[in-house]
Design a binder for this molecule. Structure first.
Ligand SMILES: Cc1ncc(C[n+]2csc(CCOP(=O)(O)OP(=O)(O)O)c2C)c(N)n1
Ligand SMILES: [Mg+2]
Length: 546
């Protein structure tokens, strides 16, 4: 056996069951070996999409996923997707062929380790036949235990070296115990919670990953707190009567008011960045802010906090529940509050449909879709002006039903994220909510969608523009024609790529989606012509915030 084959087998043995990629001479052998050892392979049409598919798959499944690329241009093409994953700390492995150390004049030669480290990923390497298995095990461990995005470099000369046949014995590492808050800190915080008149709990991805949802719901019950999440943790408190939904720019007026009335804000695994606090507006002046995070560096990173606790969000929540259990005896929150929250979702907010003839108001479109889509859904959102509509109006069943890969604020990853998500959860309907500019950046992946025949719905909020730029600069009197372009017929493009395509200019046109929902026999691309002049409030506010 040669090293590349042993690496593929070892990866499968360490739990890599799914690999996305684009084949070149340098990564064929290792990917074949991984596939032959039982992993499923899915071909993408661009390396960044391969990484974004692995990212979407990992976010939804919680499993380590891999992407496989050729050396040199294969690796550089993967960088944008890799940056988003690295910033979000999605545990994925990029298997990257690399030139031999001695191939000084190879066309493919670039400083691959320097490039990936420059965007925040971890560079690991298979150094030689003697260390190959330990190298693979270390890369896997760094990805899954440290929750890092790891690029494993596979030099061509090392790949073809012989390695002893036989059963693979892989070095491992012990399970690690996440940090718990000291008892005195728990007691102090429990006291503050007892005294608080209107506490609010904001949970982020750290709370999701720690499995803290149930304990946080219970903690809210014991303290009378309202519940909210950062955008990435959307769905964590789905179904709770005191769940305000997303905190931040996407918060409904009712949610925003209740958050801004809190006198004690507890953040669990949420960094309280400008998006989550709406540039600070959702945290009342004088409110005490407590931040629980595994990562010392995240505490106070975006705004001052009164108390920082380095701990696992789940362990901290459970410790607080234990400290407070039995205290209230009665529901601290009123029925009236529950009713106010229930009637204060975005879909209950009155608005005037402002769409010009032949276009849809994105709110009307989103509300209509929310009503017809099955509850068991995964909503995946690309970046752009449109992104608030699906986030505010499409309900999700739980946090793995929402993929919001916005750590790099990159347009064009959403379609590939959604393909990965659809593969991870075939039991749910995956809905990719994308802008026209975003799809045009990733057109090749429409072919992937058609080829794989995933029963996925792609909703294109089509305003024939880079709308975010238009809405940002037009009010300032700047020319925005460079950010506008002729209308694209996505239904026709979809059909050419082997998907079904439908154009919608009115709610009645959405009947075609309803028909498709009854079959779901392949992918459907909905080209929704939305009114280009309707601007989201959250975006106007964000621009003012800047
Ligand atoms: C890769 C990348 N290129 C450019 C941008 C700048 N940008 C931010 S939003 C946006 C518009 C995206 O257009 P579209 O997908 O149609 O969404 P819309 O804003 O029109 O709703 C652009 C170009 C970016 N964030 N990422
Ligand atoms: Mg657009």
């Amino acid at each position: 056996m040669v090293v590349s084959e042993a690496v593929g087998r070892a990866l499968a043995q360490l739990g890599v069951r799914t690999v996305f990629g684009l084949m070149g001479s340098g990564n064929l052998s290792v990917t074949n070996a991984l596939r032959d050892a039982g992993a499923d392979f899915y071909a993408a049409r661009h390396e960044t999409a391969a990484v974004a598919m692995a990212d979407g798959f990992a976010r939804v499944s919680g499993e380590l996923a891999a992407a496989s690329v050729h050396q040199g241009p294969g690796l550089t093409n993967a960088i944008t997707g890799l940056t988003e994953a690295a910033k979000s700390r999605t545990p994925i492995l990029l298997l990257a062929a690399d030139v031999a150390a001695s191939a000084l004049r190879s066309n493919f030669r670039v400083d691959q380790a320097g490039i990936v480290e420059g965007v925040g990923a971890v560079a690991e390497r298979v150094h030689g036949p003697d260390t190959a298995l330990a190298d693979v095990a270390r890369a896997v461990r760094r990805a899954s235990v440290e929750r890092r995005t790891v690029a494993l470099m596979l030099p061509l000369d090392v790949q073809s070296m012989a390695i002893a046949d036989g059963p693979l014995v892989l070095p491992g590492g012990p399970d690690l115990t996440p940090p718990a808050p000291p008892a005195a800190v728990v007691a102090q915080l429990a006291g503050a919670l007892r005294r608080a008149k209107a506490p609010a709990i904001i949970a982020g991805r750290g709370a999701v990953l720690a499995g803290a949802g149930d304990d946080l719901r219970r903690l809210a019950e014991l303290t009378g707190a309202v519940l909210a999440t950062s955008a990435v943790a959307n769905g964590l408190f789905a179904g709770d009567r005191y769940d305000l939904g997303i905190s931040g720019g996407f918060a409904s007026p009712t949610a925003a008011r209740l958050l801004a009335e809190a006198d004690l804000v507890l953040a669990f695994g949420a960094t309280l960045n400008m998006w989550t606090t709406r540039h600070g507006a959702l945290v009342a002046e004088g409110a005490k802010v407590v931040q629980v995070d595994l990562d010392e560096d995240a505490i106070g990173a975006h705004r001052p906090v009164d108390m920082g606790i380095v701990a696992d969000a789940g362990i901290a929540a459970a410790a607080l529940v234990e400290a407070l259990d039995g205290t209230p005896g009665e529901e601290l929150r009123s029925e009236a509050l529950a009713r106010e929250i229930a009637g204060g979702r975005w879909r209950d907010e009155p608005y005037e449909d402002a769409a010009a003839d032949g276009t849809l108001d994105p709110r009307t479109l989103s509300i209509a879709l929310d009503g017809m889509l099955p509850e068991e859904r995964t909503v995946v959102v690309d970046s752009g002006h449109f992104m608030g509509w699906p986030s505010m109006y499409l309900r999700v069943p739980d946090p793995s039903g929402f993929v919001f890969a916005q750590a790099f604020q990159c347009v064009g990853l959403g379609l590939a994220n959604a393909i990965g998500a659809a593969i991870a959860r075939p039991d749910r309907l995956t809905v990719a909510a994308v802008g026209d500019g975003g799809v045009l950046l990733a057109l090749g992946e429409l072919e992937t969608l058609g080829r794989l025949r995933l029963p996925m719905l792609v909703v294109v909020y089509n305003d024939a523009a880079y709308g975010a730029e238009v809405h940002h600069f037009r009010p300032m009197g700047m020319a925005v024609d460079l950010a506008q372009f002729p209308d694209t017929d996505f239904a026709a493009l979809a059909r050419a790529a082997g998907c079904e395509g439908v154009t919608a200019r009115s709610v009645a046109d959405l009947d075609a989606v309803r028909d498709w929902l009854g079959r779901r026999d392949g992918p459907l691309v909905l080209d929704a012509k939305v009114d280009p002049d309707i601007c989201a409030e959250w975006l106007e506010e964000a621009f003012r915030g800047h």
